[in-house]
Design a protein around this ligand. Structure first.
Ligand code: HEC
Length: 182
């Protein structure tokens, strides 16, 4: 009984604690990345890389929207070399990307950062590394890593694609999580 009463006392306080972007940001990003990677791996196994393109174009924004809604934040992926022009990094994202790239250049682990958001609130930026050879099937060397059918499908869907030519370990972009003012 006592324990239940204590829980009831703690719970409302906990719910009102403002979300800390430095603590919650990594959890939200891990959740969205895991969902996306699971969908991508399953789709490639089933339909090959060209069949999995839809996961990146349709499922990725959907997963970002759903994960964001669950946590009361907005969430997106961005890059300085975007495949989809919608994912082009804004000035603050470019600044974070430059910092992440400098860390990688210096052989250090790039550290996520929290900055003031343009419209109030805070934004959490975390690096996205091209960590797996899986990614090369759509972001690697166009001749060596990307099979012709995938290459053709990518060219058709993304005529302004800048996101090829990567190798494993390179910085591909970032997750941007915006926490509203509370
Ligand atoms: C099946 C092909 C495919 C694979 C495999 C793939 N991607 Fe992509 N990626 C895409 C497509 C297509 C887009 C554009 C999505 C859109 O329209 O928003 C994209 C977009 C992105 C973006 C957003 C920025 C941009 O360029 O538009 C990031 C970041 C990214 N991919 C990282 C990765 C990483 C990391 C991996 C490996 C875990 C990976 N991708 C594997 C096809 C793929």
């Amino acid at each position: 009984m006592k324990r239940i009463a204590l829980l009831l006392l703690i719970l409302p306080c906990h719910a009102e604690t403002p979300a800390d972007p430095a603590t919650l940001g990594p959890k939200i990003v891990a959740e969205a990345s895991a969902k996306l990677l699971a969908e991508l791996t399953a789709a490639i196994a089933k339909d090959g890389p060209q069949g999995a393109i839809a996961v990146c174009s349709e499922k990725a924004p959907q997963i970002a929207a759903e994960t964001g809604k669950t946590h009361g934040v907005t969430l997106r992926r961005a890059s300085s070399k975007p495949r989809n022009p919608k994912n082009a990094a804004d000035p603050s994202e470019l600044e974070s990307l430059a910092g992440f790239a400098a860390a990688i250049e210096a052989r250090q682990a790039p550290q996520p950062r929290v900055i003031a958001a343009a419209k109030g609130g805070k934004t959490f930026h975390a690096p996205i590394l091209l960590a797996s050879p899986l990614c090369l099937q759509c972001h690697g060397n166009p001749e060596r890593d990307i099979v012709p059918a995938t290459r053709a499908a990518l060219r058709k869907a993304y005529p302004a694609d800048q996101a090829t030519g990567y190798t494993v370990g390179q910085l591909r972009g970032l997750w941007s999580v915006t926490f509203p003012n509370r």
